[in-house]
Ligand binder design. Structure first.
Ligand code: FAD
Length: 413
């Protein structure tokens, strides 16, 4: 038996190896990753790690002994260059060939490049890897002002870190609000207010046209409306692209990610894809298919594939959820709320802790919670019970007992 080859040693690849062994898989498992570190979690990179509140060892998903104990062959610092699907082999950049019984692509995503002059100058950063975070952390030492291109999660988390260090922050965003792709306008307004209160400035509707340069270094950004934003450091956070080229070059269908079915299998019965790189069917998406960039999706997808390989096939249908820590605020999102036609507040933004319940055609499709972990946990259960029939009036009524309504619905079914 050649066993399982996993390409990518990120959250999804690691979890698959661990879950395969946990489920009793006894054949060889080889994980190949082009980063040089042991598998680690990325979330803290833009939060506690940059703040100096945790170290690289604490980011490791498991200590090195785990891989030997579990007979997981971990090959870090190596890259898969090609798949030969008919031979069931991968070819590394070194030329080495490895056979597989089943191949799992857990290749993740990479930062979307900013297509403007000066984007490669010293002083312009992106944040995806531990190496990126180390470079950014070192550069932040003597910085007085930063410009952040993009008001998405990474940009805002970085804004909160910088504001906390007393650095002047301007976030430049082409849309007219923060988190335009990710949260409701109600939640975006409240989160923006927390950043403004911490001293962060925003320039909305501003499309970056160039990185300003002096003496071969970035000194700010220029926008198409003629505005300039001076900065000692520029962070670009404008989203990611799925790492799907390996699959595409092997003849597998790709679109916004590697196309897989509800069990995360590609059209080749010997190749699956999981995590950030997989575009999969989802009962929670209004389009029917989705590619999700979150720890939860990477972990649940990996468990789903491990169970299938261990003889218990099932679908990847878990309710999507996500969190983002921005300064003292914890934003948690359950479900896929976009698009929705009605959003109701539960609690008040003035209290610094509230939720937004989003409905589409009368059904609850997503819940966004700020500093309300209890609402978030119940929301996940409500969204699991897709027939729970919570009404917008009930959601908005803080005296209505959401927990009891979940329990009641479960008793009836
Ligand atoms: P990745 O973690 O990207 O791992 C894929 C790995 O495969 C990479 O190491 C890549 O280099 C490697 N690889 C790619 N191609 C090859 C090849 N050909 N050969 C060998 N190796 C290859 N999610 C949350 O839910 N909450 C958060 O708060 C949160 N914060 C985040 C903060 C940051 C700074 C970042 C970058 C992400 C954050 N995320 C968060 C997202 C979450 O970390 C990702 O969704 C998750 O890491 C996806 O896991 P993955 O294994 O699919 O991909």
């Amino acid at each position: 038996m050649s066993g399982i080859v996993i390409v990518g040693t990120g959250q999804a690849g690691f979890q698959l190896g661990a879950s395969l062994r946990q489920g009793g898989y006894r054949e060889p498992i080889t994980l190949i990753g082009d980063e040089t570190h042991l598998p680690y979690g990325r979330p803290a990179l833009s939060k506690a790690y940059l703040m100096g509140k945790t170290n690289a060892a604490a980011l490791q998903l498991r200590p090195s002994a785990f891989y030997a104990d579990q007979s997981l062959t971990l090959r870090v610092g190596e890259r898969v260059a090609e798949i030969a699907p008919t031979l069931q082999r991968v070819i590394l950049t070194s030329g080495e060939k490895l056979s597989y019984d089943h191949l799992v692509l857990a290749t993740g995503s990479r930062n979307r490049p900013l297509p403007v002059p000066g984007a490669a100058l010293p002083g312009v950063f992106q944040l995806r890897t531990l190496a990126d975070a180390d470079a950014l952390k070192a550069a932040l030492h003597d910085v007085k002002a930063v410009a952040i291109v993009g008001a998405g999660f990474i940009g805002l988390e970085f804004a909160a870190v910088c504001a906390g260090k007393g650095i002047a922050v301007t976030v430049i965003e082409g849309a007219n609000r923060i988190l335009a792709r990710s949260v409701s306008p109600l939640m975006a307004t409240a989160v923006e207010a927390t950043h403004r209160a911490a001293g962060v400035h925003f320039a909305f509707g501003a499309v970056v046209s160039a990185i300003l340069e002096r003496n071969g270094r970035a000194v700010g950004v220029a926008a198409t409306d003629g505005s300039n934003y001076a900065a000692d450091l520029v962070l670009v956070g404008i989203g990611v692209l799925p790492n799907q080229e390996l699959a595409r070059d092997a003849g597998l269908p790709v679109s916004n990610g590697i196309e897989v079915d509800e069990t995360l299998l590609t059209v080749d019965p010997a190749i699956s894809a999981i995590g950030d790189c997989a575009h999969h069917p989802s009962p929670h998406s209004h389009e029917g298919r989705v590619r999700i960039e979150s720890v939860q999706s990477a972990v649940d997808g990996a468990r789903c594939v491990a169970a299938r390989i261990n003889g218990q096939p099932g679908s990847h249908v878990a309710v999507p959820w996500f969190w983002s820590d921005q300064g003292a605020y914890k934003l948690q999102i359950a479900g896929l709320a976009a698009p929705h036609d009605l959003a109701v507040l539960r609690g008040s933004p003035d209290d610094g802790a509230f939720s937004v319940f989003c409905f589409r055609e009368g059904s609850l499709v997503g819940v966004e919670s700020l500093n309300k972990p209890g609402d978030h946990m119940i929301a996940r259960r409500l969204l699991e019970d897709r027939q729970a029939n919570l009404t917008p009036e009930q959601a908005a009524d803080t005296t209505f007992d959401l927990k009891a309504s979940v329990a009641g619905h479960r008793r009836q079914n």
